[in-house]
Design a protein around this ligand. Structure first.
Ligand code: NAP
Length: 333
């Protein structure tokens, strides 16, 4: 094939905020397809906060990515050539080909076919994919909410948070979001159906959270850390559960102090961090429920789509600043 592949590699490790010079665009020929392999033309790239951690060279739950390596990332696209018995030309597949137009695969590494006839293909990177499963796992496996309880979720208008609140509502809970700015808060309530949303940029976090959670808080789905987590800790009810999904307030290397830790003891709280890829048994039931709810319209979602591979670095920097609404994607036109 005479086509050219384009990819974005990690050019340098950030020391603080991510900047465009930490990335480099490269071109290379599209590789030939050996026997037992398939070639995918990626159509959408998922941008996710975890990518910031992988840019660092330090111990975490995942290996740092090497300088000069294609940036990591989930993708969805079409098989354009197959010499693999399980895949045919035209199949839509979700994979982890990273920030590039083409991906060559032996069919392993979690590559899976999806049915894009009822759900648009890019939804398999968001609401009906990894972020949706993350919401499902933290809510159902850690918070395990009972009807009538109050569940609070931070980054509530985002890919994970928006699903958490909708699933909590479906479980009969009061769902309260925390999000940045009046527009995001309006979306969280009016579009995603939360009972209330607190604007963490309005300067009245404690008072507004108290007003939104008159019966206290039983479950917290933590995506951010920082002042929001402290405000939540101060309002937790006895035997509350906190699922620590992400701490995005610290991803640019800022410390994330916690001042209300005494609440863990006085309220006998259970706090558990989790990584969605380490809960493989949850994926099939979660994906089935999420795709079903998207198809029947009971699960709403939003996307922010940047156009073209070259737009990925700026879109990623924006994601880390909260510029996205819902799932941040890049259309690989
Ligand atoms: N544990 C796992 O397996 C797993 C899997 C997937 C995702 N995650 C985590 O889940 C969280 C949400 O991920 P997502 O993909 O759904 O992203 P997202 O919520 O769509 O986007 C990130 C949002 O975080 C908020 N934010 C960014 N910087 C912030 C800061 N300094 N302080 C407060 N809020 C800030 C912004 O929302 P506002 O403008 O509303 O503040 C931004 O829109 C992240 O922490 C991510 O790392 C964890």
């Amino acid at each position: 094939m005479a086509e050219t592949n384009r990819r974005i590699v990690l050019a340098a490790r950030p020391d603080g905020p991510v900047r465009p010079e930490h990335f480099r665009l490269e071109e290379a020929p599209v590789p030939p397809v050996p026997d037992g392999h398939l070639l995918v033309r990626n159509r959408f790239l998922s941008l996710d906060p975890y990518m910031r951690g992988a840019m660092n060279d330090r111990k975490s739950y995942r290996q740092p990515q090497a300088i000069g390596e294609t940036m990591l990332g989930g993708t969805v696209g079409e098989v354009v050539e197959s010499r693999h018995p399980r895949f045919a030309k035209g199949d839509v597949v979700v994979g982890g080909f990273g920030w590039q137009l083409y991906g060559l695969s032996d069919g392993g590494g979690g590559l899976r076919k999806v049915d894009a006839s009822k759900v648009p293909m890019q939804a398999f990177l968001g609401v009906a994919g990894m972020p949706g499963v993350t919401a499902w796992v933290g809510l159902n496996r850690i918070i395990a909410p009972k009807a009538g309880e109050t569940v609070v979720v931070s980054a509530a208008s985002g890919a994970v948070g928006s699903v958490v609140g909708q699933l909590a509502k479906a479980a009969g809970c009061r769902a309260v979001g925390i999000a940045g700015g009046p527009d995001k808060c309006r979306l969280v309530v009016e579009e995603f159906g939360f009972d209330a949303c607190v604007d963490h940029k309005a300067g009245r976090l404690e008072q507004d959270l108290a007003a939104a959670t008159p019966d206290g808080i039983d479950g917290c789905f933590e995506n951010v850390g920082g002042p929001g987590l402290d405000a939540v800790l101060a309002r937790m009810n006895a035997f509350g559960r906190i699922a620590v999904c992400g701490l995005i307030a610290g991803y640019n290397d800022e410390p994330i102090p916690v001042h209300q830790f005494r609440s863990v003891l006085t309220n006998r709280l259970r706090i558990q961090g989790f990584i969605v890829s380490e809960v493989p048994d949850a994926w099939p039931p979660a994906l089935a429920e999420l795709a079903g709810r998207v198809a029947d319209g009971t699960l709403k979602y939003r996307e922010t789509i940047a156009r073209g591979l070259e737009a990925a670095p700026e879109a990623f920097i924006g994601l880390l600043r909260g510029a996205n609404v819902g799932k941040q994607l890049v259309a690989l036109d």
